[in-house]
Design a protein around this ligand. Structure first.
Ligand SMILES: [Zn+2]
Length: 456
């Protein structure tokens, strides 16, 4: 069998295997849904709410299965029956510009993917989320979000694609290194300015108002040795009742963003618990670690692309007679899917490790109990799955399971954060001792001196 034919069958096998693994994970989770609730989470749902959770999870599994089945049929049929060669001919006939051909080729998949997933997004938002009381979005807001997302992705990804193709036409030998440098700069730029350019397209953010909550957060930040200039509240309640918070940006642009739903649902101690976790990510340099490893990954990817970019064998695997930037990149990405799977497993393992470290940071700063309480409230409100299958966790979870996190956060520790201050719990069950503010600094042993680039 010729090599190109072997690659053709390998790609078909990968597409099918990808679907089969997804299905296997869904079945595992369906089985695990009848397992008893872990001891630390008993009582989180009453019977009626647990039935509701099971029904919600089951509906989501079904819609996930239908979506991936449709995508399996489309990608298999398109690839196996010469769709790539057909599309290659179409874009070559439409324009003589190499860059535009590349844009049209990938643009076709972008639009098809958008059109196929749109009905499912609509169903998920206005049927599933609506019936379980999560959706707050209106058709008008949803349409606006969808259009903005589409345009934003088209501009950023389309721009990067044109840039890479253009660099390839200028310097086929070095395009991988130059494109990598350009991609990295754009990615860093987008990260740096996301809060000011991209987020405002979708949400309003305003600084957290003066008051007891802000005071409590500031006292905690001071104790934890964190310069906190930017705490923002975001109006996510217009879309969903689910609560969340995140940490974004670096250098002067770093900020903590709390969803307004979080402030409505949690006590101020619980919010400080969530914040302590976010500060933990920052203190342990997780953003930098993730960013540098993804830069290394993409450098390797660009280099690998450069090895096959002119290969007629790769183009022939998709039934094309002539190699081209678009066909070779597309086929290469499909051939890479098993490596992508392994990379996903590794990335999730690293992410779970970071989450444990951030939880530990909160724990060692007296916020174990309050973060655990916040996580339980948020998970119960969002009808989270309490018994995910351990294999599914390995494949798909960027965070440890709720049970694991709560168990770790609720382990005994003599110091707790309560009502805007640290307290040492009494051994005899008597009154706690409040630690005065001036004794905060350097009090807690876990907070090692920070290493790393200045200004983090
Ligand atoms: Zn986290």
């Amino acid at each position: 069998m010729a090599l190109s034919q072997f690659l053709y069958w390998a790609i078909i096998a990968f597409i099918v295997a990808d679907f089969a693994i997804g299905l296997w994970l869904t079945i595992l989770n369906a089985k695990a849904s009848t397992w008893p609730v872990p001891k630390v989470l008993e009582g989180l749902y009453d019977d009626e709410k647990y039935r509701k959770q099971q029904a919600y999870a089951s509906e989501n599994r079904k819609i996930g299965f239908i979506t991936s089945s449709i995508s399996l049929v489309i990608s298999l049929a398109f690839f196996a029956f010469g769709g790539f060669a057909w599309l290659d001919g179409v874009v070559r006939g439409m324009t003589g510009s190499y860059v535009l051909r590349s844009l049209l080729f990938f643009g076709f998949f972008f639009v098809v993917d958008f059109l196929v997933s749109l009905p499912f997004d609509i169903y998920s938002t206005f049927s599933i989320e609506q019936r379980y009381g999560f959706n707050k979005s209106t058709p008008k807001l949803f349409a606006g979000d969808t259009i903005k997302n589409f345009l934003l992705n088209a501009v950023i990804n389309g721009g990067l694609l044109c840039l890479a193709t253009w660099i390839y036409t200028l310097s086929p030998d070095w395009f991988w290194l130059i494109s990598f440098a350009a991609f990295s700069l754009v990615t860093l730029g987008v990260q740096y300015f996301a809060s000011e350019i991209i987020v405002p397209l979708f949400n309003k953010q305003k600084p957290l108002e003066e008051g007891p909550l802000r005071d409590s957060i500031e006292a905690f930040a001071k104790m934890a040795g964190f310069q906190l200039e930017n705490i923002y509240v975001m109006d996510e309640s217009k879309r969903t009742t689910k609560a969340n918070a995140y940490f974004t940006g670096f250098g002067k642009k770093k900020r903590v963003v709390l969803f307004d739903t979080l402030i409505e649902q949690l006590t101020s101690d619980e919010i400080v618990g969530v914040l302590a976790h976010e500060i933990g990510h920052y203190k342990r340099l997780h953003l930098w670690k993730m960013m540098s490893s993804s830069l290394v990954e993409s450098l390797i990817l660009f280099w690998l692309v450069s090895l096959i970019i002119n290969s007629p064998v790769i183009a022939a695997a998709a039934g094309c007679t002539e190699p081209s930037f678009w066909i070779n990149v597309q086929v290469f990405l499909m051939l890479l899917s098993p490596i992508g799977l392994i990379q996903g497993l590794a990335d999730n393992a690293v992410s779970r490790k970071h989450e444990r470290q951030a939880d530990d940071f909160a724990f060692h700063h007296g916020c174990g109990a309050s973060e655990a309480s916040a996580l339980k409230k948020m998970s119960a409100q969002a009808l989270s799955n309490l018994t995910p299958h351990p294999i599914v966790v390995r494949f798909e979870y960027s965070h440890p399971t709720l049970a694991e996190r709560v168990e770790s956060l609720e382990r005994p520790f003599p110091i707790i954060w309560k009502e805007g201050a640290l307290h040492v719990k009494s051994h005899t069950g008597g009154k706690d001792t409040r630690i005065p503010e001036e004794e905060y600094v350097g009090f807690l042993p876990s907070d090692k001196p920070r290493k790393g680039p200045k200004g983090l």
